[in-house]
Design a protein around this ligand. Structure first.
Ligand SMILES: Nc1ncnc2c1ncn2[C@@H]1O[C@H](COP(=O)(O)OP(=O)(O)OP(=O)(O)O)[C@@H](O)[C@H]1O
Length: 337
């Protein structure tokens, strides 16, 4: 188990990470999510031992790692651009850590084969890494990090250099690799989709401080404050009232079993409002095509002056038309409670 306690990291007089407390249980995947510049990479580098922290401790199963250098921590690292060794072939890259550990050659070869299968690149042993696609190179980087059976895998935006479609595909593959092999992982990302696909728990970092840690779904449904809610996709915040697991607000009502009775601050993501047969009426102000739906801006007859909403492409809704919007609980967050 990884335990980070009171960790503070600074660049000169600038504190990039302040007093971070985190735990990652064995076999758990924790995603560290936060806006650009929030300190995610700095925190990961401190945990890896690449940069010594200004204060605080990093422990593994209770043992302080302060005097343990990077290569002795038993951690595997993957960065955005895999940083493969260009003069070695695929097998040579994957076997690197094994060679360092003095693993016998035959064992190295079978481990390389096993890992190439795991990352979906069986038969790639003798390929030059300079001829690999971005997605293939990241798979090799992952295989290289996993080869010495690290006790913790540290992934820093491992998919963000890839195009959207490949990123989604690789995120699903990576999720299955981590689950199957039960690999304890800290994933740094600014991409919510990626965090959701891969992680069991989520830590939201902002201005170098952890704002919230919890199970992915719980953080998604119950962000601690409006800033975290907005970072997690909420675009409209309005007051509501919860009674027996049902929330009512100016835009309608919906079953929200995780809301406690009483006044609530309700966060709406765009898909919390869907064009439907019944619901609050409004005028469509604009529309944008997304990959699998249409995103609208609507001026509703009650409540906020404008809201985001979604429609199916088949609905063919145009600006100027009047529509009805129904609340979808999947897009709702209850902020702060
Ligand atoms: N080598 C450095 N020297 C000085 N300041 C730095 C250095 N590296 C990072 N910083 C600053 O520390 C803060 C945190 O940076 P960090 O790279 O950890 O953020 P991040 O959340 O990983 O951002 P991104 O998602 O953009 O990679 C930023 O304000 C950044 O400008």
């Amino acid at each position: 188990m990884l335990t980070v306690d009171g960790l503070t990291a600074a660049y000169g007089s600038f504190t990039a990470v302040a007093d971070v407390r985190l735990e990652i249980a064995d076999g758990e995947v924790l995603a560290l999510l936060g806006p650009s510049g929030s300190g995610k990479s700095t925190l990961l580098r401190s945990i890896a031992g690449l940069d010594p922290p200004a204060a605080g401790t990093v422990r593994w199963d209770g043992a302080d790692l302060a005097n343990v250098p990077v290569h002795r921590r038993g951690f595997g690292l993957v960065f955005q651009d895999g940083q493969l060794f260009p003069h070695r072939d695929v097998a040579g890259n994957i076997a690197f850590g094994l060679r360092m550990h003095g693993t016998p050659k035959v064992e190295q070869q079978s481990r390389v084969r096993e890992l190439l299968e795991l990352v979906g690149l069986a038969g790639y042993e003798r390929r030059k890494v300079t001829g690999l696609s971005g997605g293939e190179a990241q798979r090799v980087a992952l295989a290289r990090a996993l080869a010495p059976r690290p006790r913790l895998l540290l992934l820093d935006e491992p998919l963000s250099g890839l195009d959207a479609e490949l990123r989604e595909l690789l995120a699903l593959d990576l999720a299955s690799v981590l689950r199957r092999a039960k690999i304890t992982t800290l994933l740094v990302t600014h991409d919510q989709e990626e965090a959701f696909t891969l992680a069991d728990r989520l830590a939201v970092l902002d201005h170098g401080r952890i704002q919230q840690v919890g199970d992915v779904l719980d953080v998604w449904r119950r962000p601690v404050d409006e800033r975290v809610a907005r970072f997690l996709g909420v675009t409209t915040v309005l007051a509501g009232e919860a009674v027996d697991g049902r929330v009512t607000c100016a835009l309608g009502s919906a079953r929200v079993p995780w809301a406690l009775d009483g006044p609530v601050s309700l966060g709406l993501r765009p898909h919390a409002l869907r064009v439907a047969e019944s619901g609050v009426e409004g005028e469509v102000l604009s529309r944008v095509h997304r990959r699998d739906h249409v995103r609208l801006t609507v001026r509703p007859g009650s409540g906020p002056s404008t809201v985001d909403a979604v429609a199916t492409m088949a609905a063919g809704v145009q600006p100027g038309e009047r529509v009805r919007l129904a609340l979808d609980p999947d897009g709702l967050a209850v902020i702060g409670r």
